[in-house]
Design a protein around this ligand. Structure first.
Ligand code: FEO
Length: 170
C-alpha cells in the first residue's frame, strides 16, 4: 500500500508528465506550421514518450492500491520567437522535471517506501538521458548560429534523433 503522501506526490507527477506531453505537442504543432519537418517529428515523438511516462506512473499508483487521478492540465505557455528559444525551454523544462523526480525519491526514502524508490529509478535514469539529449541539441544549435544551411541540416538531423540521443540511419 502506498503511503498517502507518496500517492499524492505521484499524482502530482502524473500531471507533470501529462503537461510535458502537452508542451511538446504544442512545440510540434508550431514546428510543423513553420515548416520545420524534422523538429516537428522529434517533438511529436517526445510528446508520445511523455504520455508513456504518465501512463507508467498511473498504472503504478493503481497497482499499489492508490488511485491515479487524471486532472485538468495547464495550457502550455511558450515563447515561440525561434526554434532555438523553443529548445532552450525544452531543456529548462526537463531540468524542472528532474527536480520533481528527485523530490519523489526523497519522499520515498523518508517514508521508507522502498518499492516506490525502486520504481522511480527508471525515471532517474530517464531524466539523465533527457537532460543530456537536450544539452546535445542546444550545443548543435550553438554551432549552427545564424547559418540557413546549418538550420536546414539541423532540421534534417532532428528527424532521426532518438530519445537515447543517438542518430539512427533510416
Ligand atoms: Fe517525462 Fe521528459 O520527463
Amino acid at each position: 500500500m502506498l503511503p498517502d503522501i507518496m500517492a499524492a506526490a505521484l499524482n502530482e507527477q502524473i500531471k507533470v508528465e501529462a503537461e510535458s506531453s502537452q508542451i511538446y505537442l504544442a512545440m510540434a504543432s508550431w514546428a510543423e506550421v513553420k515548416g520545420f519537418e524534422g523538429i516537428a517529428a522529434f517533438m511529436f515523438k517526445q510528446s508520445d514518450e511523455e504520455r508513456l511516462h504518465m501512463l507508467k506512473l498511473l498504472k503504478y499508483v493503481n497497482q499499489r492500491g492508490g488511485y491515479a487521478v487524471v486532472s485538468a492540465l495547464d495550457e502550455p505557455r511558450l515563447d515561440y520567437s525561434s526554434f532555438s528559444v523553443l529548445f532552450r525551454q525544452l531543456y529548462e523544462h526537463e531540468v524542472k522535471v528532474s527536480a520533481s523526480i528527485n523530490n519523489l525519491v526523497d519522499i520515498a526514502l523518508t517514508h521508507k517506501d522502498y518499492a516506490t524508490h525502486n520504481f522511480l529509478q527508471w525515471y532517474v535514469s530517464e531524466q539523465i538521458e533527457e537532460e543530456a539529449q537536450a544539452k546535445v541539441i542546444l550545443d548543435k544549435i550553438d554551432l549552427i548560429g545564424d547559418s540557413k544551411g546549418g538550420l536546414y541540416m539541423f532540421d534534417n538531423d532532428m528527424k532521426n534523433f532518438t530519445s537515447q540521443g543517438h542518430n539512427i540511419v533510416q
